[in-house]
Design a protein around this ligand. Structure first.
Ligand SMILES: Nc1nc2c(ncn2[C@@H]2O[C@H](COP(=O)(O)OP(=O)(O)OP(=O)(O)O)[C@@H](O)[C@H]2O)c(=O)[nH]1
Ligand SMILES: [Mg+2]
Length: 367
């Protein structure tokens, strides 16, 4: 934590609350900072959120031993996230998200940090909280949402939506966006897999277009309704299934003329920025036009492979790739004497999930 932040915490100073009238008009008063995570079909949203939940649980357990406490409250809402976490630990990817008919969604994470902070000559306990409603809808349903958000350009329209559509409201309330993008959607790379665009009307063949269509209405809405919606302060791009990039990292490096290593903390941000610029040029330009700090997070769950490097499946005889169900590599009791950290622990980008939690902390409000 920076010194300035510590000072702010100490004196209980909060950044000037803009949009204080918003509560009266739209009843969308911001008490906690809200981060909204969003992504198109089969982007790896459910997997990523379950990974974040798992990491938060590990972190909370570890913090029990230290003075700095971390708590993770996972609200399931209408989702299945606790089960999804257990699935990952069992080596399975979560099921494809089903269409949700309920309007009371409100799933998500509340993370809380409690830290002794030394200031002057005294110790104080500083508590911060970040709330992260997760828009984990089936991709198909999200596409419908995009149309709604796009239509609500005026306050009247937004008010009409509010109450009937919590989801749209959540998007409009957010102060940070966390778009989730699957590395396999990089059109032009040998690993490219198109979005299942035939299945959904309104979905383009080109992932870059879908991402822009998803993000630009939110951005436009925020731009046009500055008095009624908190400003967008931050954007973090999560690149899922990053493990598929490892074997072609060298190719990308040659392609871009720069070192490419999403997992190297020194050049991760720069590598993924290059990646976005090359393969998602429209989205890259849209996000960068916001003039906010953009952070990238690589995310992956490694697949179980045999000695020849062939992916292992739970149902190898199935022809449908979804039903075939790849196995996630994970630790078992014979890996090392340290079973506490190994049993049912998937091999995943845990370091980066922790960085994501840190990012949320920087952004969290003091409570
Ligand atoms: N290799 C690899 N594959 C992944 C990873 N994350 C997701 N996948 C694959 O992508 C599929 C979709 O992931 P989900 O997490 O269900 O994606 P989603 O965005 O929730 O999808 P919908 O809810 O159907 O829109 C999984 O079943 C996996 O096959 C990853 O980190 N590595
Ligand atoms: Mg899902």
């Amino acid at each position: 934590m920076s010194f300035t932040q510590r000072l702010k915490d100490f004196v209980g100073w909060e950044d000037e609350q803009k949009n204080v009238d918003a509560g009266q008009i739209l009843d969308t008063k911001v008490t906690k900072k809200t981060v909204v995570a969003i992504g198109t079909m089969r982007a790896g949203k459910t997997t990523h959120f379950a990974g974040l939940g798992a990491t938060a649980q590990y972190k909370a357990s570890e913090s029990a031993k230290s003075d700095s406490r971390f708590r993770a409250i996972i609200q399931e809402g209408a989702t299945n996230i606790l089960d999804d976490i257990a699935e990952l630990r069992g080596g399975h990817f979560p099921e494809a998200t089903k269409l949700i008919t309920s309007t009371t969604i409100r799933p998500g994470f509340t993370f809380e940090w409690e830290e002794p902070t030394f200031f002057g000559s005294k110790w104080f306990t500083v508590k911060r909280q970040a709330s992260m409603p997760v828009i984990d809808f089936a991709g198909e349903q999200l596409v419908q949402l995009i149309h709604k958000v796009r239509a609500a350009r005026t306050l009247e329209q937004a008010s009409a939506i509010q109450g009937t559509d919590q989801l749209t409201n959540t998007v409009h309330q957010c102060s940070a966006l966390l778009p989730v993008i699957n590395a396999e959607r990089a059109e032009g790379l040998p690993i490219f897999k198109p979005e299942p665009f035939e299945k959904v009307t309104g979905l383009s063949k080109h992932p870059d277009v879908n991402l822009q269509r998803m993000l630009s209405p939110i951005i436009e809405y925020k731009h046009d309704n500055k008095a009624y919606t908190p400003p967008l302060e931050r954007v973090a791009l999560v690149i899922t299934a990053c493990d598929v990039l490892f074997p072609i990292a060298q190719l990308i490096s040659n392609h871009t003329g720069r070192p490419f290593d999403p997992l190297n903390p020194e050049i991760s941000n720069q590598s993924l920025d290059t990646f976005m610029k090359a393969f998602f040029p429209g989205t890259h330009s849209l996000v960068h036009s916001l003039n906010v700090k953009v952070q990238y997070f690589p995310s992956f769950f490694e697949l179980e492979k045999d000695v020849k490097g062939a992916v292992q499946y739970w149902n190898p005889e199935e022809t449908d790739p979804v039903k075939r169900n790849p196995k996630i590599k994970r630790g078992n009791i014979f890996d090392s004497p340290d079973w506490e950290h190994n049993v049912n622990r998937p091999k995943f980008s845990e370091y980066w999930f922790n960085r994501e939690i840190e990012w949320l902390k920087e952004f969290a409000t003091m409570v």
